[in-house]
Design a protein around this ligand. Structure first.
Ligand code: GUN
Length: 303
């Protein structure tokens, strides 16, 4: 029987409705959540992602501290822009879109973001807190995948999850989240990567298979257990003259074939993507709420 297709847009809209109520509550306390997204250069995929993030923030009524800088921007100039956002009390969240141009040390830039405004969850302090199971900002795509699974009624407790891809944005934080002792964790995780031997055998043992390698259509039906839940994080642009934009987005999963074997599957686009932006809104609202609850703690970076 063909799999049920998870509608990421519908799940994202449900979460955004919940967030809109929290934003209204914040506004009653005189706080407008503020997000500063910094984009350096004109990488088309990054421009598209950032445009989506900015639109979502506008729709949610956030204050905007967005900055678009030329590709030639020096590391020092970028660090100074981050510093300004760190010090701006109207800003509760900062995101520097990756990848950065090669002449900029991305690690140094991420380290310069105040942990209490690190709504991207990529600062070493945020990563450390996540590993330790402490309250923190969770990277948006990883967090979105967990929400997608939970809201789709998938049982994580005791499930065997196989993640393909060990990136700092998705694979690693996801492995940490899913192994937390919590109602949205308690899974057993196998984290596969480019040096994994017998990847297909690992994948075929998964109750939940999460493909986040960036290799178009690498997950074929032989790699999927009958009835498994399959989450596709891939978004590779492939040239397609038939499309208005000249390209289409291709996932890491051979969707048409795998949907005949899985019980639940995400499409590309319209699966994980809408959750990524939504969880950025979520983290920004959380950050603003922390400021209201405990201004001194938030200012010192305690979560
Ligand atoms: N580039 C692609 N995804 C992301 C993300 O979630 N955060 C940042 N900062 N850059 C990205």
């Amino acid at each position: 029987m063909a799999a049920r297709i998870i509608d990421g847009k519908a799940v994202a809209e449900e979460i955004r409705r919940e967030l809109a109520a929290r934003v209204e509550e914040l506004k009653r306390s005189g706080i407008v959540p503020g997000l500063g997204v910094i984009l350096v250069g004109e990488d088309p995929a990054s421009v598209s992602y950032v445009t989506g993030k900015e639109r979502a923030c506008r729709e949610m009524g956030f204050h905007s501290g967005n900055r678009h800088l030329p590709a030639s921007t020096s590391e020092e100039e970028l660090l100074s822009q981050v510093r300004e956002l760190n010090e701006d009390p109207r800003i509760h969240g900062i995101l520097v879109q990756l990848p950065l141009p090669a002449h900029i040390d991305a690690e140094r830039v991420l380290l310069s973001i105040s942990p209490e405004k690190d709504v991207d969850g990529l600062h070493p302090v945020s990563v450390g807190r996540l590993v330790l199971g402490q309250p923190t900002f969770v990277p948006c795509t990883a967090h979105g995948i967990v929400k997608l699974l939970v809201k789709s009624g998938v049982r994580l407790d005791g499930a065997h999850v196989v993640i393909v891809g060990r990136s700092n944005l998705v694979g690693r934080p996801l492995a940490n989240l899913l192994t937390q002792r919590s109602s949205e964790g308690n899974a057993t995780v196998t984290l596969c990567h480019t040096h994994t031997r017998n990847l297909a055998e690992h994948a075929a043992r998964a109750d939940i298979l999460i493909a986040a390698s960036g290799s178009p259509r690498m997950i074929t039906p032989e790699m999927v257990k009958a009835g498994a839940v399959v989450i596709d994080v891939g978004v590779t642009r492939v040239e397609d003259p038939a499309k208005k934009k000249g390209f289409r987005l291709v996932g890491d999963v051979d969707f048409d074939a795998v949907k005949e074997k899985a019980s639940l599957i995400t499409p590309v686009p319209g699966g994980v993507g809408p959750l990524t932006i939504t969880m950025l809104l979520y983290n920004t609202v959380e950050s603003a709420e922390r400021r209201v609850a405990d201004p001194a703690a938030a200012a010192k970076g305690r979560a």
